[in-house]
Ligand binder design. Structure first.
Ligand code: PMP
Length: 303
């Protein structure tokens, strides 16, 4: 088990981790009506820092709004609560998990009259993906179509899709799965966005079915500034995978993770992303410098 904090923040109060429980008939347990965030927190030479906290809380409120979850707190109050929980606990590298959800013991589907709970927890989560280039397989499941739900929101219910992929992939011995959308364009990995490199040009699937990740936005911005490369956002078909030299996943939990191979149908396509001098590795190292308070230009991304 990861190291956890003694406390959880719940509706303006710190409560003991063990006391943070809800009733079995919680609406969000049955219908997955929660909006949440995953935020990373790094030990730096200048106290611990939370990366892009403001942007995560903006997205939390966006997601909550899609479910009409009326969070009784303001964005500023949630930001302060995240900082408080970090200050109150003493772990060096962190993962913060705010969640806003419907609580009620009446099981009507429409929750608009139900109470809303806001909870923030934190635990020590080291490397999310193994610290190596990973083997990926395209899943048989597809990322949900944006006309079925707002796929740009981060909602608990969407993760049913992602859990299915993870169960499928692990059984077959792969490290991770990759989702296509229902039109068979490449979408994302269940918990991260994906980038490809061909002759020093960088490509990523456009915002449509994917969760528009905060790390994805960070990467688009920093590669333009540091490497003078403008990322092309477009539809990518799996049949074109062989044209790419490198591929990598990005996300709060996985940071920048080089991909070793992608298996599609019966073909296994290998990439050179893991090589020491690859562009992927340069981007990865620059990203790690940014989150560690080493790059002057981006200090304002750290709280
Ligand atoms: N897609 C999905 C489905 C995710 O859960 C995540 C993680 N939040 C991402 C992409 C990456 O988003 P971010 O960079 O904001 O963590």
């Amino acid at each position: 088990m990861e190291i956890k904090t003694p406390y959880i923040w719940k509706n303006w109060e710190f409560i003991f981790w063990e006391k943070a429980t809800d009733h079995n008939l919680t609406h969000s347990l049955h219908y997955w009506t929660g909006a949440f965030e995953g935020i990373r927190f790094y030990e730096t030479s200048n106290w611990p820092k939370i990366f892009r906290l403001k942007e995560h809380i903006e997205r939390l409120f966006y997601s909550a709004n899609t479910l009409e979850l009326k969070n009784p707190f303001s964005k500023e109050e949630i930001i302060k609560a995240c900082i408080d929980i970090v200050k109150k606990s003493w772990i060096e590298s962190w993962y913060l998990r705010p969640i806003v959800y419907y609580w009620t013991w009446k099981m009507w589907l429409n929750p608009t009259w139900a109470s809303v709970e806001t909870v923030i927890s934190a635990w020590n989560w080291g490397k999310y993906l193994a610290d190596k280039a990973i083997d990926v397989k395209i899943s048989k499941y597809k990322r949900m179509h944006p006309e079925t739900a707002d796929m740009n929101a981060k909602i608990s219910g969407w993760y049913y899709n992602n859990v299915l992929v993870s169960l499928e992939i692990k059984k077959e011995g792969f490290d991770e799965g990759l989702l296509l959308d229902t039109d068979w364009f490449i979408a994302e990995w269940p918990g991260e966005n994906i980038f490809f490199i061909k002759w020093n040009k960088i490509f990523t699937p456009e915002v449509w079915t994917i969760l528009p990740g905060i790390t994805r936005a960070t990467i688009i911005e920093i590669v333009e500034e540091k490497f003078w490369i403008k990322v092309v956002e477009e539809k990518i078909i799996p049949e074109n995978l062989e044209e790419f030299d490198e591929a990598f996943f990005v996300g709060t939990a996985a940071e920048v993770t080089p991909i070793w191979s992608i298996t599609f149908s019966w073909k296994k396509i290998n990439f050179s992303s893991w090589e020491k001098n690859s562009l992927t590795n340069k981007i990865k190292n620059y990203y790690l410098d940014i989150v560690s308070w080493k790059i002057e230009k981006y200090l304002n991304w750290l709280s």
